[in-house]
Write a protein of this length. Structure first.
Length: 375
RNA sequence: GGGGGUGCGCCGGAGUUGGAGAGCCGGGCCAGACUGUAAAUCUGGUGUCUCUGACUGAAUAGGUUCGAGUCCUAUCACCCCCA
């Protein structure tokens, strides 16, 4: 993987760059739509590439491992061939599921025993087999196996978890170095900074991750319920420590405003379920603010969803989308998802342009309040 | 025209052997939540008011009773059967 920084903002830590993978280029800062099971819910790959213009997407090792299973993905020749998405893909390790499926798992030094959320069957994830699974999936970027700590959590818990995550990182690294890619395409392993909202722990973790010398670094364990100020504080602190020459990935973030603020702190990569999940629940993001399309006030609004949006957003009306979402029609979820992903894509594209022009900070300060309006 | 049956919330069900209803379930509707997706999910509201509490309410009008959504009478509406 190659990463080049093309421009840096004058009044913030924002930077614009480009990453090169065996499956293509990715311009940063970038938003990666979340396709947990190898599909962005409700959005075809054609639409994703041609209408939305996504450059890289996420998939999840935990979910693909449980279903359809590694045998299927491997016999297809990896996730790119299996899904027909031939641009870069990042797989999450399942560390987040250790957090979100906490009632049905048990963490030990060796790894995590858990039950399938699908059929209750018992399974075991270790740093080694999670790397193995992700190499078999064949994503361009694979994530270290970590524990995403819940918020709030005690200092002691965060510290214990943090050191275990670091030991797991070393095991991930070792297994990664000793394994050849299954499909001949280069893969990179990304370590994850943890430490909850404790500055001291975040610093230790950022230094540990930096010392591991990997080509792309991630920040995890944020946007799990903590106040946004704490999220920004931790992100800022960690960005100052992580290598400036390497891409920084803030996992699971966030709202449009979160993304712009985090870019200004030095983040290059984002992923979040909000644009797709909220789309299915009727929330649309626009430059003027957030629209709840289910609200009665749109009932007879035959204007376009968003005049500044993509071809779909300019074509379909608010009243029509309200009707579709109201009726629980699949097409409603599809249109809303495409709209939101297009908006996120646009947001990042405009942000990048301002970074290159050196006007990011000013533009960001002016834009964020508008993004947070409710329409 | 005769006989029988049924009437309560926006809708559909359930239920009430004369004994505490603003009240069960589902739907609709109105809002809210959602951040490395166990999520096309979840939560709340949905008679009126001067709203931490009151008031009105079981088709309508009477009646019996300590007490009526429940029993009686009349009227109205709808459904079924006969002519």
């Amino acid at each position: 993987m190659q990463f080049s920084i093309l421009a840096t903002d004058f009044n913030s830590n924002a930077r614009a760059g480009i990453m090169e993978f065996s499956h293509g280029y990715v311009e940063t800062p970038v938003f990666m739509p979340v396709g947990t099971i190898g599909a962005i819910k409700g959005v075809s790959h054609e639409t994703l590439a041609e209408v939305i213009g996504a450059q890289i997407i996420l998939a999840n090792a935990y979910h693909l491992y449980l279903r359809p299973g590694m045998d299927v993905v491997q016999s297809a020749g990896g996730i790119h061939r299996f899904s027909t998405w031939n641009k870069p893909i990042l797989t999450d390790s399942g560390g987040y599921q250790v957090y979100s499926l906490s009632p049905i798992r048990k963490i030990s030094e060796e790894g995590v025993h858990f039950r399938s959320h699908i059929d209750g069957s018992p399974h075991f994830f270790s740093p080694e087999n999670v790397i193995e699974i992700q190499m078999k999936i064949g994503a361009d970027i694979i994530m270290a196996f970590d524990e995403c700590t819940p918020w709030p959590c005690t200092y002691d818990y965060a510290e214990t978890s943090l050191h275990r995550t670091h030991r797991w990182l070393d095991r991930c690294h070792a297994h990664f170095e000793n394994t050849q890619p299954y499909y001949g395409d280069a893969q990179v392993l990304a370590p994850i900074v943890q430490g909850s909202t404790f500055a001291e722990l975040r610093k230790i973790s950022a230094e540990y991750v930096t010392a591991s010398g990997m080509p792309l670094n991630a920040i995890g364990g944020l946007s799990v319920g903590e106040p946004v100020e704490e999220m920004y504080a931790m992100t800022s602190l960690v960005c100052d420590i992580l290598s400036k020459e390497k891409p920084r990935y803030l996992m699971g973030v966030g709202t449009p405003a979160n993304i712009l603020e985090s870019i200004s702190l030095g983040i290059d990569m984002f992923d979040c379920v909000l644009p797709t999940r909220n789309a299915r629940h009727g929330l649309l993001y626009t430059w003027e603010g957030v629209i709840n399309i289910k609200n009665e006030k749109w009932r007879n609004d035959h204007n376009a969803l968003d005049e500044q949006g993509c071809s779909w957003s300019r074509k379909y009306s608010r009243a029509y989308l309200r009707h579709l979402v109201q009726s629980n029609e699949i097409l409603g979820a599809m249109i809303a998802s495409v709209h939101n992903l297009c908006f996120y894509q646009d947001l990042l594209r405009v942000a990048r342009r301002h970074i290159i022009e050196g006007t990011f900070r000013i533009w960001k300060d002016k834009t964020v309040p508008a993004l947070e309006q409710r329409l």
